[in-house]
Design a protein around this ligand. Structure first.
Ligand code: ADP
Ligand code: MG
Length: 397
């Protein structure tokens, strides 16, 4: 009887999580910078209440608002603590076969890249989410049976550029009509050997990002950086997996051989362009184009978040490259965690307010998480070929 690949929707096993599908939203306030420390007129506009998971936003002495998030982190929060709260649950879920996204949103200079991309070469305690996530993934996969592959992309003015091969620009996004799987097949894909290898690739990507932006005379704050990690993990027969396969699904072929099962999943870590509105007045030529385009991607993300939060039947993901890329990894069928970064200074009160409102809307999104598990036919064929070879050798004898 024929065995068909399967991919079913079900709730993941997160016994301790009463709302497994909701987008997690965390706030991180960065410490005052040198400029702010030496500013005589400096005033904070935020006050963190970590135990209550609340943030107090002060407009002036008479006017404050409170906002509740999943977690609220003060200046003193360590990179380790941030990783464990914001990203680790997503990484665990990705290792169990679900897609997942970790995304940083905030004004330029508030710590998005520090939070996600910090390499921590001199001080491992400074390592950001990307490095810690890969560390976890590498420890929890087996090089002989599993594979971990990455691409590193930049999205600037609706063009995808390969940060591992910067001559590749305008790379198309491809969506599988049947499975809805989104990929960027034109981009460089590298199989990650170990953490040092990953650190090298990340460093190359960062350098290329900087060089590309210097060449164009733009700031990297205007582009989105996207780390895409694809995992193929084989499921062991004796593993208590919480598999979506039912009792009556055949797991053996007609000779009684076990058919290997592989889980495919994808982790996206997205360092978004600065959320500040770009002043279009006075801009012309490319700067004006840029202002429009960057607003397009972030505005479109905002629209999708609103639609998802309102449980709307139509999510306008086709409007921008960013939302098309995120289509199978944000909302709908994936685990998502959003980290909102803000600065403490009251000088940025208006931007900080709009950043916080973005986070508040995202708190309302509930996803249905989908497990992608299928029979590993490639592996099965390889096994059969090996068996055939053995038999042929025996017959020849
Ligand atoms: P963004 O990517 O949002 O533009 P960056 O991550 O580049 O911001 O951070 C701006 C500056 O603030 C950098 O010099 C960074 O090292 C510093 N910074 C940001 N967040 C923190 C933090 N939590 N602790 C210490 N320094 C930080
Ligand atoms: Mg940055």
């Amino acid at each position: 009887r024929s065995v068909t690949p399967t991919s079913r929707t079900r709730s993941p096993r997160h016994e301790n999580d009463p709302e497994p599908g909701r987008v997690r939203v965390t706030i991180r306030v960065r410490p005052r910078n040198v400029e702010e420390l030496s500013d005589a007129d400096y005033a904070d506009c935020v006050e963190v209440q970590p135990e209550l998971k609340k943030l107090k936003l002060r407009k002036n002495n008479w006017n404050s608002e409170f906002y509740k998030f999943d977690e609220v982190f003060a200046e003193s929060a360590s990179q380790k603590r941030i990783y464990e709260t914001v990203a680790k649950p997503v990484v665990e879920s990705v290792l169990n076969g679900y897609n997942g996204t970790v995304m940083a949103y905030g004004q330029t200079g508030t710590g998005k890249t520090y939070t996600l991309g910090r390499l921590g070469k001199d001080d491992v305690s400074e390592r950001g989410i990307m490095v810690r996530a890969l560390e976890d993934i590498i420890v929890n996969t087996t090089p002989t049976s599993d594979s971990v592959e990455m691409s590193f992309l930049q999205l600037y003015m609706e063009s995808i550029q390969d940060l591992l091969a910067p001559e590749k620009i305008n790379i198309p996004i491809v969506e599988d009509a049947k499975t809805g799987e989104v990929s960027v097949p034109g981009a460089t894909v590298v199989k990650i050997q170990d953490l040092d290898h990953f650190l090298q690739l990340l460093q190359i990507g960062e350098a290329n990002r900087l060089a590309a932006n210097t060449k164009l005379n733009t700031e990297s704050s205007r582009s989105h950086a996207i780390l895409m990690v694809n995992i193929r993990k084989s499921v062991k027969n004796d593993e208590e997996t919480g598999s979506s396969f039912q009792e009556n699904d055949s797991k053996t072929d007609r000779h009684g051989n076990q058919i290997p099962i592989v889980r495919k999943s994808k982790l996206l870590i997205v360092d978004l362009a600065g959320s500040e509105r770009i002043d279009k007045s006075g801009s012309e030529g490319r700067l004006l184009e840029e202002a429009k385009f960057i607003n397009l991607s972030l505005t479109s993300l905002g629209k999708c978040i609103n639609a998802l939060a309102e449980n709307s039947p139509h999510i306008p993901t086709r409007d921008s490259k960013l939302t098309r890329l995120l289509r199978d990894s944000f909302g709908g069928s994936a685990r998502t965690s959003l980290i909102i970064t803000i600065g403490p200074s009251s000088r940025h009160y208006p931007e900080t307010t709009s950043t916080i409102m973005f986070g508040q809307r995202a708190m309302k999104i509930v996803n249905t998480v989908k497990l992608r598990e299928e029979f590993d036919y490639e592996n099965l064929c390889r096994n059969l070929e090996t068996q055939m070879e053995h038999l042929t050798v025996e017959i020849d004898r």
